[in-house]
Design a protein. Structure first.
Lengths: 132, 362
């Protein structure tokens, strides 16, 4: 059973979004996603300053088995990629909602309101429908 | 729903993630794939390889038949129980499959071929066996466990009676013997010591449980793939197939062109390739930059040409990415690999990468 924290927003493609006090957001992949991928061995995060469109492939997570794209949940400018994941990709497996965050974004004007994000309850329904 | 081995329900009970592999529902991992990999390099693990196809061959001319069927020469098998790795080629020298042949007694040999090639292999073997009066029997009644790792032989021997254990532990590398009810061989696909054990289907679940209780880890096909790649062992369908020949697949060592009068299938084509020189070869790659090499990524060799990765992964033992790649014959020691549009640097090495738990990289 996957962990789906109630205080986060989600995408159908298994990213999570956390609103930070300064108006920026933190983005990662869900517990369900990390479990489906298996042991992560390589993570590529975007560099600060890069401008992302909503739905743009912006990071790569690779397990022993396969590489998967991570998509920007909303439009914005990257303020930070998680620097620790280069040496410790396994942090995404161990703490997908904590130390394993992938990037922080400053949302483009209106982007947060325009983003197609799911509540925890609705994301749980997506997982139930996938049989996971 | 694919075919299931006698261990299918046990895999489910153990929480394995099951995937389709060559038409079979097989466990890819039970927990952490990397954890299973390390268990085999450091202690012992057990794999269900019952999906592989065991074929018994019998007849007065079975040796002559195998000398015709296989690119390696079963005349190298001097004592009963000895095993030989070989390719089975078509007339063009393309690889129909790779297999292990066991010499059991005069007039009785056993083949173990890949799961995904079972039907075409059986059809090919039966077609050529007729001329030699050889009886071909698929042994779908057998299960097969691979117990691998530095502690594997000692642990597996604990499943056996005193006499059987002594016989199994006395086996040399790449040799097998008949036990009271099982056929056991000191072979494997991991680069570690260990056994592969063929047994009646009903013995498989109790044997697996006993191995688990002795501390042998359940391991899936995921770990099997990273272990075999580190060990420099080819995977049929990835690293070679009917469109490639042994000389461009790192398998020249398995072709016996001597004696010249042995007329095996594909010999004529291979002799032409040897005379002309193979334009491509299979090499090992170690990624110098960060990233993960994967099959079908393009390899660029400056001033020489292009090639392609046939198998690639992250090596848990070396903690970097490794691969096999088919490249132009003139490739030197440095290449570049296109990973998502970026050219990353890789070093050309001679496989294996890891043997008996130790890195062979210099």
């Amino acid at each position: 059973m996957s962990n789906v924290p109630a205080d986060l927003k989600y995408t159908k493609s298994h990213e999570w979004v956390r609103a930070l006090p300064d108006g920026s957001v933190e983005v990662g992949i869900t517990d369900h996603a990390q479990h489906a991928l298996g042991d992560l061995v390589f993570v590529e995060v975007p560099e600060a300053g890069r401008t992302l469109k909503a739905g743009e492939a912006c990071a790569v997570v690779e397990s022993v088995k396969a590489a998967s794209d991570v998509y920007a949940p909303l439009a914005g400018e990257v303020t930070a990629g998680n620097p620790k994941l280069q040496a410790q990709p396994e942090a995404v497996n161990a703490q997908p909602y904590g130390a394993g965050w992938l990037m922080r974004l400053k949302p483009a004007p209106g982007a947060l309101a325009a983003a197609d994000l799911l509540s925890a309850a609705d994301y749980q329904k997506v997982l139930d429908a996938e049989g996971g | 729903m694919g075919r299931q081995t006698p261990l299918f329900k046990l895999h489910q009970e153990l929480g394995a993630r099951l995937v389709d592999f060559g038409g079979w529902d097989m466990p890819v991992q039970y927990g952490s794939q990397i954890g299973e990999h390390h268990a085999v390099r450091r202690a012992a693990g057990v794999f269900d390889v019952s999906h592989m196809c065991v074929i018994d061959l019998a007849g007065a001319r079975v040796r002559a038949f195998l000398q015709h069927l296989l690119a390696n020469d079963v005349a190298k098998l001097k004592t009963p129980g000895k095993a030989l790795y070989s390719c089975m080629l078509n007339e063009a020298g393309g690889i129909i499959d790779d297999l292990i042949v066991y010499y059991r007694s005069d007039g009785a040999y056993r083949l173990v071929v890949n799961a995904g090639t079972r039907d075409k292999d059986l059809a090919w073997i039966r077609r050529h066996a007729r001329d030699f009066g050889v009886e071909v029997t698929e042994r779908a009644d057998l299960a097969m466990l691979a117990v691998q790792g530095p502690e594997a032989r000692a642990k597996a021997a604990q499943l056996l009676s005193g006499a059987d254990a002594a016989a199994a532990l006395a086996l040399g590398v790449f040799a097998g013997c008949e036990l009271s009810h099982w056929f056991i061989a000191r072979t494997g696909y991991t680069g570690e010591d260990g056994f592969e054990i063929m047994m009646p289907a009903e013995d498989a679940v109790p044997a697996w449980r006993s191995l688990n209780s002795l501390g042998v880890a359940s391991c899936g096909l995921g770990a099997r793939d990273t272990l075999r790649l580190e060990a420099g062992m080819n995977l049929y369908g990835n690293d070679m197939d009917e469109g490639t020949h042994p000389y461009e697949s790192g398998l020249a060592w398995t072709v016996a062109l001597q004696p010249p009068q042995r007329d095996f299938i594909g010999r004529g084509a291979l002799q032409q390739i040897v005379q002309a020189g193979s334009p491509r070869r299979l090499v090992g790659l170690v990624l110098e930059d960060r990233g993960v090499l994967r099959s079908h990524q393009k390899v660029t060799v400056a001033g020489v040409g292009e090639g392609e990765i046939t198998s690639g992964t992250f090596s848990p033992t070396l903690e970097r990415s490794i691969a096999f790649a088919r490249v132009p014959a003139g490739t030197g020691t440095a290449v570049q690999v296109d990973i998502r549009g970026k050219l990353l640097n890789a070093r050309v090495v001679k496989p294996p990468f890891v043997r008996l738990g130790r890195s062979l990289l210099t």
